[in-house]
Write a protein that binds this ligand. Structure first.
Ligand code: SF4
Length: 455
């Protein structure tokens, strides 16, 4: 629960406005601090104790944890709401593929290849699984460490390291890939005392496992007291019903009650909860809806993974803003200087439908996508964001004039009325062609139009 500015101001020095924080009064500074617009260190007159207290009060109710590094780093946590419609979910869960060191070499190679190959371009973004979870099951320390080295060397994905029995091997594995910021799992009530110094040797995120939500509380408190705060929680749910109950309890305790010992992201293991693939995917799908931040699957294939990734995309898209793609021209196929040029708005679905329809004709073309704040063409026109003037300005600056020799621009049939204004905006250098009203008409329109351009 975020602290109010009126509460923060009571903790400030209240000096006659010295303004050293950059704000005219302590009250103004407090209000800005509460909304996240400035930082505690800007006031030089706070005692260390007050600073620490404020930092604790201002910390997000669910801690931000990063697994992995570089562009493949998976950020989880920092969530502010229980239900998506209250505001938005922030960090989508990392989907992990499990590799056991008991699996044969061919299977291991196949899974490493899968994590690289399973990628789906989808409305302007690349959907893909994020993490590899490496499971020490064989009892052969060297075999597991070899697996960790191999995966570390051959991929750049974040890692989850799992060893139930052998903590030394778990931390030796962590040391191989510590710069990749792996999640080390599990720390339990049985091994926590032995684990704390080892975790502190080389700090990376830690996964806690317990037999209930209640059992997690003393574990997180103990680790926090030891200065270990990048934690991921596993309440040990045995089945789907338990998982929903446990995840709900943790989420509500953190967000509604501001209960700090449960203010951490969670991990779910459909791989250990189900025996058949379909059931595993259904549990994974529930974990996406019900707040798990890392979800581990025993195997992945494109048919089950794609729906899961699309579900994740939909749930973790900010409902306050339409999905939009970047304003620029996109190449569909291998267009050349005689290829058709079409213009549309940047609602992701519009772009996806138009580019798919163009692709289906096998005619290479340029699709110029104008920023219309994520609105569809007709709505954008009605809102004044797809006027002839603004489309003309975009066409001039997007660089398409250097790509094609002809000057014929296809506009959506639904906004035929911008033709005159657009011609003027383009200084009468472009001929404006009224295209189909619907994307379904592109198949019948584009091949003939492309022939005309070449002819
Ligand atoms: Fe108040 Fe500190 Fe800002 Fe001075 S620097 S006005 S004491 S908040």
């Amino acid at each position: 629960m975020p602290i109010a500015g009126s509460e923060i101001v009571k903790m400030l020095p209240g000096r006659r406005p010295c303004k050293e924080c950059g704000f005219p009064t302590c009250f103004a500074f407090a209000m800005k601090l509460a909304s996240g617009g400035t930082t505690v260190d800007k006031c030089p007159y706070l005692s260390d104790e007050t600073k620490e207290k404020l930092l604790d009060l201002l910390a997000p109710p669910i801690k931000l944890v990063t697994i992995g590094s570089g562009e493949n780093a998976v950020k989880i946590g920092n969530e502010e709401v229980i239900y998506r419609h209250e505001k938005t979910f922030v960090h989508s869960p990392g989907i992990a593929l499990l590799i056991s060191d008991k699996e044969d070499k061919v299977k291991i190679e196949e899974k490493i290849k899968k994590i690289k190959d399973l990628q789906f371009p989808w409305v302007g973004v690349d959907l893909k699984p994020d993490l590899l979870a490496l499971h020490f099951e064989s009892g052969d320390r060297n075999k597991f460490l070899d697996l960790v080295k191999k995966v570390y060397d051959s991929t750049d994905r974040g890692l989850v390291l799992i060893s139930w029995e052998d903590m030394d091997t778990l931390f030796a594995a962590r040391d191989i890939c510590a710069d990749r910021h792996p999640l080390v799992y599990p720390i339990t009530k049985e091994n926590i005392d032995e684990a704390i110094p080892k975790v502190k040797d080389n700090l990376t995120p830690v996964g806690l496992h317990a037999h209930s939500v209640e059992e997690l509380v003393p574990l997180t408190s103990k680790l926090k007291d030891a200065g270990i705060d990048e934690l991921v929680l596993d309440p040990g749910s045995k089945n789907l019903l338990d998982a929903i109950r446990d995840q709900t309890f943790i989420r509500k305790a953190a967000l509604k009650q501001g209960f700090k010992p449960l203010g951490y992201p969670t991990i779910g293991f459909p791989c250990f909860m189900a025996k058949d693939g379909l059931k595993e995917m259904l549990i994974g799908s529930t974990f996406i809806n019900k707040w798990a931040s890392v979800i581990v699957f025993s195997d992945l294939d494109q048919h089950s993974l794609l729906p899961l990734l699309v579900q994740r995309l939909n749930i973790y898209t900010d409902p306050r803003f339409p999905m939009a793609v970047e304003e620029k021209y996109y190449e569909v196929g291998e267009p050349n200087e005689f290829s058709p040029v079409l213009v549309t708005s940047n609602w992701a679905l519009t772009y996806f439908l138009v580019s798919s329809a163009v692709e289906a004709t096998k005619v290479s073309a340029y699709v110029c996508v104008k920023d219309a704040e994520g609105l569809g063409v007709l709505t954008a026109w009605a809102a004044g964001k797809f006027s002839g003037d603004s489309v003309g300005t975009f066409i001039k600056k997007c660089g398409i004039e250097d790509k094609v020799k002809h000057r014929k621009l296809v506009i959506p049939g639904k906004v035929a009325r911008i033709k005159g204004e657009l011609e003027d905006a383009l200084d009468l250098k472009w001929e404006i062609i009224i295209g189909p009203r619907e994307t379904t008409g592109i198949g019948a329109f584009l091949p003939g139009f492309a022939k005309e351009l070449k002819g």
